[in-house]
Design a protein around this ligand. Structure first.
Ligand code: NAP
Ligand code: 12T
Length: 344
């Protein structure tokens, strides 16, 4: 195992900042780190492991000598720069929606389909935050008792949209409490003290793109195109961590006790479920953690093979940066990536 030249595209963003923290926290074998963003941030200095590193503008030359490029600067930047990075010899792990459904791009959650990393052609896609936490919890159950249908409602935090949305929630919350008028900028309506059933754009079939991503990405990651899935994605005034109420229909009955036994041995999953002491996961406790938390596990009274549960995870960590770093770790562990000559 060597040490790698790592580039972070979108280093000044919410996900980019988590990338930096997680690489340090998990002692990823970094030789050099290159912080990239737009020209607006060029020259800014960011701390990496107590060292100041200057942010540079992302250009086609940014990827020379880079082994691993972690992208989180939106789909447009990914569409333009990830092929350039891949041609320069870097393996790209991309957080945007740009490449996820391309047939020759693996879409990977290491707890579910790490072997798909093996057939990448330079770009590996990181799934949508809401999809990641759902498949980490459901895949171990699916392996034991194949899932036939999933109905999911999400309660998604504003940090999923980026730094500007977090700021909008703070400003609007103050304005509401002070009785001032509110003019929405990031979302179509006020988000403070509200709930909006619109995440990403609306599609012709009445669903949103976020809802479509949950359906299609889940099938691709779990290699289970036969599962019927329907989602409603809702934005709630929470800073960090997404929650999901999930109704699952299995091929045969799955008792809550059986599910708990499976979860107890499932990688990345932690059960928090004791109604007597109001123990269940919630966004405030999940923010800043790495696990996918599951609680409120109970039978679905509407179906003999049904189970209902509540799934919560930090959308910036397991939903974005952590999952991407785990993909990079998996490549290192399996010896699927070799460091090139150190280039500073
Ligand atoms: P953010 O806080 O708004 O940060 C956006 C980042 O992108 C900033 O670093 C920004 O740099 C950079 N950027 C913008 N335009 C650029 C350009 N032309 N060239 C290079 N860099 C550019 O957003 P975020 O929450 O970190 O999310 C960023 C992206 O990650 C999202 O758009 C999404 O695609 C993806 N994401 C994925 C998930 C997931 O579900 N896996 C979750 C959250 C986010 P400046 O500071 O210079 O503007
Ligand atoms: N619109 O990576 O607004 O596809 O919370 C992630 C988060 C898209 C994505 C959000 C989004 C993605 C959001």
């Amino acid at each position: 195992m060597g040490e790698y030249n790592v580039a972070i595209v979108g280093a000044t963003g919410l996900v980019g900042q988590e990338f930096i923290k997680i690489l340090v926290q998990r002692s990823f074998p970094v030789d050099s780190i290159r912080l990239l963003a737009s020209d607006r941030s060029a020259g800014r200095k960011l701390m990496v492991n107590k060292q100041e590193i200057e942010v540079r503008e992302t250009t086609p030359e940014s990827f020379e000598g880079v082994d691993i490029a972690l992208f989180s600067a939106g789909s447009e930047v990914s569409r333009h720069f990830s092929p350039i990075a891949a041609r320069s010899g870097a393996v790209v792990v991309d957080n945007s929606a740009a490449w996820r459904m391309e047939p020759d791009v693996p879409l990977v959650v290491p707890e579910v389909n790490p072997e798909d990393i093996g057939w990448h052609k330079g770009i590996i896609a990181n799934p949508n935050c809401s999809t990641i936490q759902m498949v980490v919890a459901l895949y171990p159950l699916h392996k034991v008792n194949p899932i036939k249908r999933i109905v999911v409602s999400t309660y998604q935090s504003v940090s999923g949209t980026g730094a500007a949305a977090v700021e909008e929630l703070i400003v609007q919350s103050k304005q509401v409490l002070e009785g001032q008028a509110i003019i929405p900028h990031v979302y179509p309506h006020q988000i403070a003290f509200n709930a909006l059933p619109e995440i990403d754009v609306f599609l012709d079939d009445g669903y949103t793109k976020e809802e479509q991503k949950m359906v299609e990405e889940t099938k691709k990651i779990m290699h289970a195109s036969e599962i019927a899935i329907s989602a409603t994605c809702v934005r709630v005034p929470v800073y960090t961590a997404h929650s999901e109420a999930v109704w699952v229909e299995f091929s045969s009955p799955m008792m809550p006790d059986d599910a708990e036994r499976i979860f107890a041995g499932a990688p990345g999953v932690k059960i928090l479920d004791d109604n007597a002491i109001s123990l269940y996961p919630h966004p405030w406790m999940a923010a800043g953690t790495d696990e996918v938390f599951v609680g409120r596990i109970r039978r679905d009274t509407s179906h003999p093979n049904g189970l209902v549960m509540w799934i919560v995870a930090d959308n910036l960590r397991k939903g974005a940066a952590l999952n991407a770093v785990q993909i990079a770790e998996e490549m290192v562990k399996r010896d699927w990536i070799k460091p090139r000559e150190a280039v500073k």
